[in-house]
Design a binder for this molecule. Structure first.
Ligand SMILES: [Mn+2]
Length: 434
């Protein structure tokens, strides 16, 4: 079956597939784009299956959130079954736990899975040995959630059994401090996980890829979240590559964890400064070249881009006119290919401002000009500025203190900083409209 020694192999760890679920907040106006987005989570799962086949994985672990919502779509269930059947046909076992997005008791199972698939129940931790070439190379244990929200610390139910090979725990849980914004289902600590003396914790729940601990030998576990396999929104945690982890094992010891991108559509946030952009077509060219970079970085994948216009420039006033941004977005969309790999312009947000001519403000004789006069004095009297800044060191939040102290030590930067501060203050005073 394989050319390598029995004690050297890999397994694939994935989670949070959210199969066949809609993209959140993305309005794909073009039907081709809508179709590609609709297929993305399913296609990403197919990529994970291909990854396992291509790497000759010994087994696969999928740590929950297979579907989304107790209503399991038929398309999602059939695609999941087909993928696991492809793995089974190659002799690759798959281990699955379900959780609150696909609880065992409220969902329904319209499909039956091959014998090589283990779906762990919710009553007790199931323990299953993995045998390859007549040798027990691993033991996988896992437990599903019985209900929508499990607040029990399920990690405490795991323990290392007797047996050769690598010991893997499969669980959907929230490890304290692993990532903000995730609900506290089956909360546990790293110490709780270590107590079970396993070698690898294949976790699910946090949508960013994270290796929380690197094991130092048998009984001291690696702890990892593979992240979601396909991003579904433009939220910061969903940007960038998504996929699965390939876990390397030698002689019963995990030797490394390799993230592999399996996503089909990738989200990018672009920032486009318009400080020196004079005309709309120039802005458009700039946006298009930023999108082309995002597309090139995606390695053949389609991208969904959110652009934010920043900085200050003459174009700000044009863009502020009602309908301008919508027209720009429409035009960008009409100019891009809708065949994969495509770039879909999700939105263009204007956070830019009009240029501020300090000379005009100085001539005003109002509070703004007084403020600027103070800044002008500080800019040419570094000593006065330094003592003013020193007085501030104690009053700034602790997190910023080191930064302020560094500035106080380097008076050469004062003129530039004072001007930046004055511009900021003017912005605040004028509400962005000088
Ligand atoms: Mn999830």
């Amino acid at each position: 079956m394989t050319g390598h020694a029995d004690d050297t192999f890999c397994f694939v760890h994935a989670a949070d597939l959210h199969l066949d679920t809609p993209f959140v907040g993305v309005h794909a106006g073009a039907p081709e784009v809508a179709a590609a987005l609709r297929e993305a989570s399913l296609d990403a799962f197919d990529s994970i299956v291909s990854l396992a086949l291509g790497r000759d994985a010994a087994f696969c672990c999928i740590a929950g959130d297979i579907y989304d919502g107790a209503r399991r779509g038929v398309r999602a269930q059939l695609r999941f079954r087909d993928g696991l059947a492809r793995l089974a046909a190659a002799g690759i076992a798959t281990f699955v736990v379900h959780r609150n997005h696909d609880p065992v008791t409220t969902g329904w199972a319209a499909v039956s899975f091959p014998d090589e698939v283990t779906i762990f129940g919710h009553d007790a931790v199931g323990v299953v040995p993995v045998v390859r070439g007549g040798v027990q190379i691993a033991t996988v244990q896992g437990i599903s959630y019985a209900t929508h929200a499990t607040t029990e610390n399920l990690a405490l139910r795991f323990a290392r059994p007797e047996g050769p090979g690598v010991h893997v725990g499969l669980l959907h849980c929230n490890v304290s401090g692993a990532g903000g914004g995730h609900e506290d289902y089956s909360p546990c600590t790293l110490d709780d996980l270590r107590r079970a003396r396993l070698d690898y914790w294949a976790l699910g729940h946090v949508h960013q890829q994270r290796v929380l601990a690197e094991g130092r030998g048998p009984g001291d576990p690696w702890v990892a979240y593979p992240g979601t396999s396909q991003a579904r929104s433009a939220r910061p945690g969903e940007r960038g590559p998504k996929g699965a982890l390939v876990v390397q094992v030698r002689a019963g010891v995990v030797t490394g964890v390799e993230p592999v991108a399996c996503d089909r559509v990738r989200f990018h946030a672009l920032e486009c400064p318009l400080d020196d952009v004079e005309a709309l077509d120039e802005l458009e060219e700039r946006l298009e070249s930023l999108a082309a970079e995002a597309l090139a970085a995606g390695d053949g994948r389609s991208v969904v881009v959110d652009a934010t216009l920043v900085g200050r420039g003459p174009l700000h006033r044009d863009l502020a006119r009602p309908g301008s941004l919508e027209d720009l977005l429409e035009h960008l969309r009409s100019g891009t290919s809708r065949r994969a790999p495509f770039c879909w312009w999700d939105r263009v947000v204007d956070r830019s401002g009009a240029p501020v001519e300090l000379a005009d403000v100085r001539a005003r004789r109002d509070f703004s000009s007084d403020l600027l006069a103070v800044a002008d004095v500080l800019a040419v009297q570094p000593d006065a500025a330094a003592s003013a800044a020193r007085g501030l060191v104690e009053s700034v939040p602790r997190a910023l203190r080191a930064q302020v102290e560094a500035i106080v030590r380097d008076p050469g930067r004062f003129p530039e900083l004072v001007e930046a501060a004055a511009r900021l203050a003017l912005d605040e005073l004028s509400g962005g409209e000088p």
